[in-house]
Ligand binder design. Sequence first.
Ligand SMILES: *Cc1c(COP(=O)(O)O)cnc(C)c1O
Length: 356
Amino acid sequence: MYSIKINKVAESRLPQVDLNNIPFGRVFTDHMFTADYINGEWTNLEIVPVKDFSIHPGNLTLHYAQSIFEGMKAAANPDGVPLLLRPEMHVERLNRSADRMCMPAVPEAMFLEAIHSLVGLEKDWIPSSEGSSLYIRPFMFATDEFVGVAVSETYKFVILTLPVGPYYDKPVSLKADTEYVRAAPGGVGDAKTAGNYAASLYPAKKAKAEGYDQVLWLDGKEFKYIQEVGTMNIFFVIDGTVVTPAFNGAILHGITRNSIIQILRDEGHTVEEREISIDEVIKAHQDGNLSEVFGTGTAAVVSPVHRIGYQGENYDIDVDSFTIAPFAKQYISQLRRGQIEDTRGWIVKVEEPVLA
Ligand SMILES: *Cc1c(COP(=O)(O)O)cnc(C)c1O
């Protein structure tokens, strides 16, 4: 057991919040978890009111982006008990990202205790309406003060929680970009690290100006093979077979992707993880064999794609005829809320924190 000091707010902000009508990512709960990595170990584990950090202008993260994050969700079951979906997969991925960015690992027990204590404390902030949940944002950043490219010796690990509604509330359109690159094998595309998102802003802005919601990233060498969306992994249903790009070092190892693959296989679907080119998708569309396209991610859950733009042409997909994506979305949503049986041991109940 780690010892987590708890300093509660004098008065909760919860009464001022309409939990079932909130924009994604802008409303924070009362408390956050913080810990410091100093002299080779994690120390100062505490839950405190959400407040500003004081940061030296020479903070390494501000200059060189040694920073990683995770995204998880908690939802409440019919008895009001908060549930987590595969939390151990998130700490495993956090530590894979940490390793790539030369950052220290967070011990699994420390991560889980911090999540349980914080979510337990904030459980009244979990929205009850369908499609809403408590978003959990663990992140770590370098705290050394040094203007020079180097591995920081000190870090801060923080967990924020935010009540959220749907990330995308309608089907999305994607532009298959043939000019900009999100990630290449050997880079950091498979680490959940801050710089990937900074780099994606400009191409996303251009795609939005052209009327698309997001970019569908292609490989950076031939602009031919599909990678992902940047907030979501991507799935296609071609001739009844579910296809998603195989990992190649440039694709984020989505946990929702992994869950959906298993859920669909258990349901009797054929799911292939392989190279898939944009040409194959366009040809399937032209032949009438592309029946569904959808993205998967913790924030987005399962998001139907109604349009793909490629080389100046738009290819529209009839989302109303989708069957696999709505099934997957409903399955994972009900699983999260404890409304269907957890046959795979993925659901973890949040234990009440021991309040100091
Ligand atoms: C987080 C993320 C995803 C989705 O991963 P999940 O574990 O399913 O939430 C997909 N792509 C990128 C680049 C991401 O950062």
